[in-house]
Design a protein around this ligand. Sequence first.
Ligand SMILES: [Ca+2]
Ligand SMILES: [Ca+2]
Length: 405
Amino acid sequence: MIKRKLSVALSVFLATGLLSPGLTVAAAPSINPYGTVEAELDFERNIKDVFTDEDAGATVVSLGSGNYFTVKSVNFSQGVSKIVIKTKADSAGLIVIHKDGEKGDVVGSIKLSGTDGEYREFSTSVKDLDGADTIAFVQTMGTSLVDSWTAEPGETPDEPENPDQPENPDQPEVPEQPENPDQPEVPEQPENPDQPEVPEQPENPDQPENPTAVNPYEKVEAETAATLENAKLVPNKQSVLINDGGYIVAKNVDLSKGVSGFKVLAKTSAPKVKLDVYVDGTDTQLGSISVGTDMSSESFVKISSDLKGSHDVYFKANGGAVQIDAWQALEGQGGTEEPPVVEPPVGDTVNPYSKVEAEAATELAEAMLSPNKQSVVVKDGGYVITKNVDFSKGLSGFVRTVDVR
Ligand SMILES: [Ca+2]
Ligand SMILES: [Ca+2]
C-alpha cells in the first residue's frame, strides 16, 4: 500500500515538474511545522482510530498507551524551541516525542491532564531536533484524542523537559547573550609611544652665558661680544668686521653709572658710515658714531640718556662695513670723566675722506690707545681699499672672510 502511494506521488511530482528524476522520495514537498499540522496526516502510524469529532468539528486520531503516529518530510529549518499539541484527554497521560521515527531518540515529552471534554494545548520544550525531518508522537501512558500539533521556531533551549507546565509556559525564547561579545577589550596603550622624550636643550648652546657683567667704563674688546649678527671676527681675532646692517651685542652691560656717550676704536673705508648704538634691541637708538678710517683713533658720540642698570648694548653698522676693535662708555651726568679734547682729523695724505669727516670733527675723540698695527682690509661697495697692510699677518686669509656685497 505504501509503495503504491509513493509511486502515485512520484508520478504526480514528475508530471508537474516539481521533482527531477535524480531526486529521491525524501525530497517531496516539506511539511511546514510552524503552522497547524493535522495529526490525522497519514504517514507511518499505529493508532486506535481516526475520526471526526462532531462536537469540535475536527478530525482527530485516537491514541491508547503504546500507540503512535509519525510525520515525515518536516522542514524544521527555523529551529524548534517547543512543540505544542492540541488534544483532549480524560485523565493524566504522557506523549513522548522522538525524532527519526517512533524508535528514535527522545527529544521531548508532553504530560497530559484531563481536559474536561475540551481540546486544549499542551507543550514541551524540545532538544536535539536539529537536522531531523521525521518526528513521532508516542502515547506512553493514558489515552488522548489528538487534533493537531505545531512547532515554535527558535533555538533549542538547553533546559530540561518541563512536563508540569501544560500550556504555553512563559519561557524566554532568546537565551541571554553576553554583552558585546565581538568587541575585544582594548589594551592599554602607552602615551605617545612614537614621541621620544625631547631632551632639554640649553638656550643658545653656542653662546655661553656671561654671568659677569660687562664694565663699559673700561675698554671693552669688540671681539668679546656675545652676539655677532652679519659680523665676524677678523683672522687675528682682535677685532670684528661688521657688515652694513650687521651688529654686535654686548650683553649684561652694567650702566649703573649712567652713560653720557660712547667711544669706539673702529674704522671704515667709505664716507658717511655710521656705527649706531642701540640698547636692548635695535629699536631704541642711543646715538650714532661717525666712523673714521683709522681704527687706532677713537670715534665718539655724546648722548643724553637716563639709562642705568644692566642692558644689552648693540653696535650696528650703518652705510657700510665697519671694523671695530673696542668700545667704551662714558659715565653719565655727575661722572668724573669728561669728554676728551677734540683733535683735528687725520691728515689728507692718509685719509681720503678727510673732507667728509671734517664735518664730524668735533666728535672725534683723542686717541687713548696706541695704534695696534693690525692689518687693515675693508671691502665695501664692491671695491677694496688696503692701507697700512701688514702682509706678514696673512692678507689672503683675511680677504676671503669678507662678504662680497
Ligand atoms: Ca485534525
Ligand atoms: Ca680688540
